[in-house]
Design a protein around this ligand. Structure first.
Ligand code: AQP
Length: 327
């Protein structure tokens, strides 16, 4: 059986980009994979997080994992910082990586360039911790959006480097995604990807937004002046993004979505996109409310951390032995 690993940062409330690009794909994978789904709070602190918000967003994300349909009987759900093997292997992997390799990462360049404050070293080291997350479980299937593909590629490179230096141990992971949901764009600037930490809340839809807010945000989404609905990400990124959202939420192909809107205007497109999002998210939001307040959630996370740690320890001990840490 193949192993799947993925993580989401509790750096805000997750957006429909995180949901379509990553989380929604976790649910079918748990059926026939050994599955590890993590709340990567150690990644989240690569940019400063107010402690109260981090705590709340962590619990929200855990509740959302369950609300979308992850089943703790089938998948191990846990918080990264509660499994210390991640930080320990993370350091070792960081020592394997070269500065130039990390400086080349697009996400590092974008996040560091957009900061007006000092750049935390963690932003640069982020992909080495991500590599450790994956390698600890021998995961080969990594459902992530396409902003993370470069990090998966780096994980492969670092795994190969380790194997070369210390003998074959790590299997090489691969990304896993559907091409149309791998990059959901910002509603306000469709040249950019939708991000939960975007300072402009109009640019994203969070999975916990109310129907009224979802309608307002979609209504204000940028389009163009052509007035024709067809998919062309280069020339019509705003309209194409809305079409991608429609096809993903209605579970139909892009072509079917285009045909559905043939001859109609942007007003109709926006209304139906909002309806489709609300219809999909409403049952998740209902389940979320019950789970968020339950004690059961704490039990699931505690058990998840124990299970993850037991698995991760085996690989970490082997790594430490090979690099000469054991007495
Ligand atoms: N716009 C997107 N479209 C499709 N997938 C996306 N992902 C993120 N944005 C989109 C995927 O969601 C998963 C979780 O992402 P993350 O929390 O680990 O960090 P991120 O990629 O940096 O996501 P954000 O929303 O942009 O977070 P912030 O604002 O905190 O940096 C990943 O699989 C990611 O690919």
């Amino acid at each position: 059986m193949k192993t799947v690993f993925s993580g989401i940062q509790p750096s805000g409330v997750i957006t429909i980009g995180n949901y379509l690009g990553a989380m929604k794909q976790f649910v079918p994978l748990q059926e026939d994979h050994e599955s590890y789904f993590c709340i990567v709070n150690q990644h989240a602190i690569t940019v400063p997080q107010p402690p109260t918000e981090l705590r709340t967003n962590t619990r929200r994300l855990a509740a959302l994992y369950l609300a979308v349909g992850l089943d703790p009987e089938k998948a191990t759900i846990f918080i990264q910082s509660e499994v210390p093997e991640h930080a320990r292997l993370g350091w070792i992997v960081q020592c394997l990586a070269h500065m130039g390799e990390l400086e080349r990462m697009t996400q590092y360049k974008e996040k560091s360039q957009s900061r007006t404050e000092a750049i935390p070293a963690g932003l640069l080291a982020y992909p080495t911790l991500m590599a450790a997350d994956i390698l600890l479980y021998g995961a080969t299937v990594i459902p992530v959006g396409d902003d993370q593909s470069q990090h998966i590629e780096l994980t492969r490179l670092l795994a190969r480097r380790f194997n070369h230096l210390y003998g074959d141990l790590f299997t090489l992971p691969e990304g896993y995604n559907s091409p149309f949901t791998a990059r959901i764009r910002s509603l306000q600037d469709p040249e950019k990807k939708m991000s939960k930490s975007d300072p402009n809340p109009q640019s994203y839809i969070s999975v916990l937004d109310t129907p009224e807010i979802i309608r307002k945000k979609v209504k204000r989404a940028q389009t163009d002046s052509e007035g024709m609905i067809h998919f062309d990400m280069e020339k019509k990124p705003g309209v194409s993004n809305l079409l991608s959202l429609y096809s993903a939420f209605k579970r139909i192909s892009l072509q079917e979505a285009e045909t559905h809107f043939n001859g109609r205007g942007y007003g109709a497109l926006k209304e139906e996109v909002a309806d489709a999002i609300i219809e999909d998210l409403s049952p998740i939001q209902e389940r979320f409310q019950d789970i968020y307040a339950s004690n059961e959630l704490d039990d699931i996370l505690t058990q998840g951390a124990k299970k993850a740690s037991a698995k991760a320890r085996i690989v970490l001990e082997e790594v430490e032995k090979r690099i000469g840490f054991t007495r």
